[in-house]
Design a protein around this ligand. Structure first.
Ligand SMILES: [Zn+2]
Length: 216
């Protein structure tokens, strides 16, 4: 039996998921990537979900760099509704955690069937420590998964995004509350998240707090 190999197409384009906690420099890296593609004459498109109200029609990094978004997708739209994909060299997505399962699956299929690399940047988990729909689908489908690191105020590696209302950490509320508009966020290491947000102060409290949660 013979297997036909398509010579020269051994490297299908990849779907990348680059995730990290708040303030890990995701948007700064994303804007650098878009700039580099543009400078070399490639047609890169910058996409973000409509639910991300921050920056309006722009992507703005914490270092002050910004760029206009090319396409904003509402929850019931697919990218192929809006873009002639044959002309696109690369797709970069900001706040990809807010995309739904269908939209991420579309990006995955685009990377394979159009041979267009897709770089999706976003958070992995929400303020309660659970995966967002977009992040979950990206973890399932991405060819390359990379964690961008930021540091907790205690100096350890931050992995969680704690939501704050004023000075208080909160564990209840809607999944989406945009940073700087509806609430503020702080990147915390697992230990600080357990102590400060889940309010488990010491070892003895672990079963007590977990059992209390089950009762709800
Ligand atoms: Zn910490």
């Amino acid at each position: 039996m013979y297997v036909t190999l398509k010579i020269g197409s051994g490297y299908m384009a990849k779907l990348y998921f680059k995730y990290g906690a708040m303030s890990c420099g995701k948007t700064t890296e994303l804007l650098q990537v878009v700039y580099n593609y543009n400078r070399k004459g490639f047609n890169v498109i910058l996409v973000k979900p409509e639910v991300d109200k921050k920056g309006d029609t722009k992507v703005v990094s914490r270092l002050g760099v910004e760029r206009e978004v090319d396409y904003i997708l509402s929850d019931d739209e697919l990218l192929s509704d809006k873009v002639e994909l044959d002309t696109v060299d690369s797709i970069v997505v900001d706040e990809a955690q807010f995309m739904n399962e269908k939209q991420i699956n579309e990006l995955w299929m685009i990377s394979k069937l159009y041979d267009i690399p897709v770089l999706a940047y976003g958070l992995k988990s929400n303020f309660q420590g659970h995966l967002f729909e977009g992040s979950k689908t990206l973890l399932e489908k991405a060819d390359v998964i990379e964690e961008l690191v930021t540091i907790c105020s205690c100096g350890k590696k931050a992995r969680f995004n704690a939501r704050k209302l004023g000075e208080e950490y909160t564990i209840s509320g809607d999944e989406v509350a945009i940073d700087g508009i509806d609430a503020t966020y702080e990147a915390l290491c697992p230990e600080c998240f357990i102590k400060k947000v889940l309010k488990v102060e010491d070892q003895k409290e672990i079963p007590k707090v977990l059992r209390k949660k089950n009762e709800k």
